[in-house]
Design a protein around this ligand. Structure first.
Ligand code: ZN
Length: 134
């Protein structure tokens, strides 16, 4: 089932401007920076104990992250739940009557399989299901 909170996604205007809060002030470790073209974002993963913070910077004004910031400003964008067998989890969630944004998983950062649940089904919280490769 759900194993953990894999990460919390945070929308930022600029990774360069956002990072010092985490890496210097809060003294957390930067795990890596990755561009995910398919989602129109540059991503920085920050280790925070047994979970991570995922800082998301838009690559273009058309990116969903750019639109999110335009509407709501910087801040928490999604909560990622770690799962096994993501396709089974998607089926189960659909059978329970929830709406998925992604009907099947797609490749996200870290070569993880990801799928988003529609926030209209979850009281406005955007949840991502994440299955990390072994
Ligand atoms: Zn995420």
């Amino acid at each position: 089932m759900i194993k953990n909170i894999d990460h919390i996604g945070i929308a930022v205007r600029s990774l360069e401007e956002a990072l010092p809060l985490y890496t210097e002030t809060l003294q957390l470790e930067l795990e890596g920076i990755e561009t995910v073209e398919s989602q129109g974002v540059k991503v920085a993963f920050i280790l925070a104990g047994n979970t991570r913070l995922e800082l998301l910077e838009a690559l273009s004004p058309e990116s969903p992250i750019a639109k999110f910031i335009e509407k709501r400003g910087e801040g928490v964008h999604h909560v990622a739940l770690g799962v096994d067998n993501i396709e089974d989890r998607i089926q189960q969630i659909k059978e329970a009557g929830l709406r998925m944004i992604d009907e099947t998983s797609r490749l996200g950062a870290h070569h993880a399989k990801v799928a988003f649940i529609h926030p209209k089904s979850t009281a406005s919280i955007l949840y991502e299901l994440t299955e990390r490769p072994e």
